[in-house]
Design a protein around this ligand. Structure first.
Ligand code: ARG
Length: 408
């Protein structure tokens, strides 16, 4: 359910078009804002923004603008199948928190609020935007708030190997002294203008986890596999009306396949399918028997069963697909076209049984939205050079460095 990736500037019609200024973007957002509220925005508001931009190079969203902006950013996230629920997003305004320790505290509270004893609430926390003069803002180095460490040539989540190394360089060590498969990673937070991030351990009792077991196959429980309950994305930039919030973690709840058909089964992640096949009495050397297909199905049934049995919100891909249909219908009644990123929307299991498989979608990125950024420890490379031209020609535009992970 990650959101989309092109930068707002990539929507320019051609390179010869002028780059929209911060004020243009603010004006465009105010139009959208008025449309969402169904009432005109007083013209004085744009005037006020103009004066603020002229005096300090940025403007401050009102609480209501932040609320609408955050929700519409989710509605515009072309990679998310769960957008039916966009209006229920809980938005927490933390623009007054700057120090890493206070940001960490707010992240723990975000997690507690979102977890809600298992009845997960979609939540977005918004921390300060960059200082318009220095371009500096606090940042979270993690890709997700909760993740398991990965060790070179050892146990854990291979996707987190590089991040785990960064943590170890800062002095973090595996909780039990030796690397394990499901070691909770610390949270790395860098204060604005600070040279290095600081690391903080999440209190284990704040992190709800589910032990994966199968309603019929006991061997699965013996594999001692677990997954955390709440997926909180911490590495995307929220953009509203030209203001970019690089520290804006958000969460929904899992669709079972994210865990069962990706995190636990991709060969470059936990790669559990061969072991599950063996547990089912199949031989993973023999391709023709469709052992992967049988194993992935049982693993996904186990994930859904375990979450449901523990009372933790999860959605199966068939229900998500029905909810997607409801979203498309509702958007069409509201007169809004639905944009989508097909390869991300089609569930990774039994794709053709979902309606989205059979739809043609345009992948257009509207503002507000969530964007990728560079890995914080790799900044200053190519992306920074690319940003030069844009920031030179538009003194008010604060460019966040973005990373494209997509083939387009
Ligand atoms: N797929 C990502 C993960 O497994 C989480 C992306 C967000 N998912 C969500 N259901 N909101 O870590």
């Amino acid at each position: 359910m990650d959101a989309s990736l092109s930068s707002p500037s990539s929507q320019r019609a051609s390179p010869s078009c002028s780059i929209p200024t911060l004020l243009d973007r603010a004006a465009e957002f105010l139009d959208l804002f008025a449309g969402e509220l169904g009432r005109p925005v007083p013209s004085a508001r744009l005037e006020q923004i103009r004066r603020e931009v002229e005096s300090r190079g940025a403007y401050t969203h009102t609480e209501e603008e932040l609320q609408i902006g955050g929700k519409v950013a989710w509605r515009n996230s072309t990679r998310c199948i769960g957008r039916l629920h966009w209006q229920s997003l809980e938005i927490r305004d933390h623009r007054d928190l700057h120090r890493p320790d206070e940001i960490f505290q707010a992240l723990v509270e975000h997690l507690r609020f979102a977890t809600n004893g298992g009845r997960i609430r979609s939540t977005l926390s918004i921390f300060p935007p960059p200082d318009p003069i220095t371009g500096e803002a606090p940042r979270i180095w993690n890709g997700k708030l909760v993740r398991y460490a990965g060790y070179v040539g050892g146990p854990g989540d291979p996707e987190e190997v590089e991040f785990t190394q960064r943590c170890q360089e800062l002095g973090w060590e595996p909780p039990a002294g030796i690397p394990g498969h499901f070691d909770l990673l610390p949270v790395l937070i860098q204060g604005a203008g600070e040279e290095k991030p600081r690391w903080f351990e999440l209190p284990p009792d704040e992190v709800l986890e589910v032990e994966i077991r199968h309603p019929r196959f006991a061997f699965l429980e013996d594999m001692a596999v677990r997954w955390y309950a709440v997926p909180v994305i911490t590495d995307m930039i929220l953009e509203i009306g030209g203001i970019e919030y690089p520290c804006a973690p958000f969460n929904g709840w899992f669709m079972g396949t994210e865990i069962g058909a990706r995190n636990l089964s991709d060969v470059d992640r936990y790669d559990l399918l061969p072991r599950i096949a063996r547990g089912l009495g199949m031989n993973p050397e023999e391709r023709k028997t469709l052992w992967r297909d049988r194993a992935i199905l049982e693993l996904n049934e186990a994930v859904l069963h375990s979450f449901r049995d523990d009372g933790v919100t999860v959605v199966d891909h068939h229900t998500a697909s029905r909810q997607w249909d409801a979203f498309v219908a509702r958007e069409s009644r509201a007169g809004r076209p639905v944009h989508g990123d097909w390869p991300w929307l089609v569930p990774p299991l039994s794709g053709s049984t979902s309606s989205v498989f059979h739809s043609e979608l345009e992948n257009r990125v509207l503002s507000p939205n969530f964007y990728y950024r560079d890995l914080p420890w790799q900044e200053g490379g190519m992306a920074a050079a690319e940003g030069k031209e844009e920031s030179d020609s538009c003194p008010f535009h604060i460019r966040s460095r973005r990373r494209s992970r997509h083939k387009d």
